[in-house]
Every structure is written in C-alpha cells, then in structure tokens.
Write a protein that binds this ligand. Structure first.
Ligand SMILES: C[S@@+](CC[C@H](N)C(=O)[O-])C[C@H]1O[C@@H](n2cnc3c(N)ncnc32)[C@H](O)[C@@H]1O
Length: 188
C-alpha cells in the first residue's frame, strides 16, 4: 500500500488517533521504562537505527539520546498527525540526529545493509505490518552484524514463532522482555 493510502487508512486512524494520549502517559513510562528497554536492545552511541511505527515518540526521544550526535535515527510512521507531533517534539528537544519519515515500513527505501538496529517496539502484531512482507524488508536493510529488536505488545507468542519459521534470522535471544534477532552472531 502507498504511504499516502496507509496514512489515510480508516483502521489506522480509528485505532491510533485516540491512542496517542495513552502512548504518552506517565503511567506508561512507569510500566515500560523506554530507556531500560532500549538498553536491553543494545541501542548504543553511534548506531544507525530504524524505528518502525514511531507513533508519537515514546521510544524515539530516548533512543535518539542513547545513540548520541554520531548516531542517526530514522523514525518511520505513516500517520500524518503522528509525524507532525513527533517532528515538533524532536525539534523542541533540540535533537538533530533524528529523521522523522512519513512512510510505510514495508517499503522503507533505505539502502541495503545500512542499519545497525531495527526497532519493532509496540507495533507487532498488526495487520498493516504483515510479517511475510515486513521481515524480508528488515532483513534486507540490516547490516550483516545488525540486530532486529522486537518488543511485543500485547505479548503474542506466535510472532517469535513466525519469525523463527521465516528462516531469515539465524539467531535469537531475549533480554529484558525484548527479542533480538541477528543475521549472524555466534554467542548463544
Ligand atoms: C501501537 S502504535 C505504537 C507506537 C510506538 N511504537 C509506541 O510504542 O508508542 C503502532 C504504530 O505503528 C504504525 N504503523 C502501522 N502500520 C505501519 C507500517 N506499515 N509502517 C510503519 N508504521 C506503521 C501506526 O501508525 C502506529 O503509530
């Protein structure tokens, strides 16, 4: 689906416009500390990170601070209202290492093997992110030693199973509630 069509999708707008407030609530910060979760995903200074479905930026701002000035964060989100809100938040925070991009993550248009970390945080499972199309695209853009980090909300056991079955990611581990999928590390 074209990004413009996805951004106008009735399902997305219906589900996520009211959800925007909940996504930024203080209670959420207490329940799901974003810094802890990003640290579990090994988000580090200098990395190039793709965040799929950034929403209003619950993970975006802390991730941008963790990767620092030498890093680059691409925050990808199809909904125009979220893109606008997040762009403002990034500017207000004075962060220069974030590109907020209005795009469908099924076709990122990013270079092959260019990304250190893919973050799929709070976006799976979802009908507009079907794994049979999402996983090959994430695999394509990850560097050979890159990692796809997945935090599932709600917890859905079939998603890790489907990722395993895809055969695209040879390694899997779980830390602090975050699943990590690599293309080639050997430290299991
Ligand atoms: C439940 S929200 C989570 C937002 C954010 N990750 C968080 O945890 O606060 C899911 C987000 O995924 C976005 N999304 C849905 N389909 C997408 C797609 N194909 N590509 C990129 N983002 C998508 C939605 O617009 C929405 O903002």
């Amino acid at each position: 689906m074209k990004t413009e069509d996805l951004g106008r999708s009735k399902l997305l707008n219906l589900l996520f416009k009211p959800a925007g407030v909940a996504m930024e609530s203080r209670l959420r910060h207490v329940l799901h500390d974003p810094v802890k979760m990003l640290t579990a995903a090994d988000v580090k200074p200098g990395q190039t990170v793709l965040e799929v479905g950034s929403g209003t930026g619950f993970f975006t701002l802390p991730a941008a601070r963790l990767i620092g000035d030498q890093g680059r964060l691409i925050a990808m989100e199809p909904l125009a209202t979220y893109v606008d809100r997040l762009t403002r938040r990034v500017e207000d925070a004075g962060l220069r290492n974030v590109d907020v991009v209005q795009r469908d993550a099924l076709a990122t248009r990013l270079d092959t093997e260019s990304i250190d970390r893919v973050l799929l945080f709070g976006v799976l499972p979802f009908p507009s992110l079907p794994l049979n199309r999402l996983l090959p695209e994430m695999h394509r853009i990850l560097k050979p030693d890159g990692v796809m980090a997945v935090w599932l909300f709600p917890v859905s056991g079939w998603v890790p199973m489907a990722i395993r079955r895809s055969g695209l990611f040879t390694n899997e581990r779980k830390r602090g509630g975050v699943y990590m999928y690599g293309r080639g590390w050997n430290d299991r």
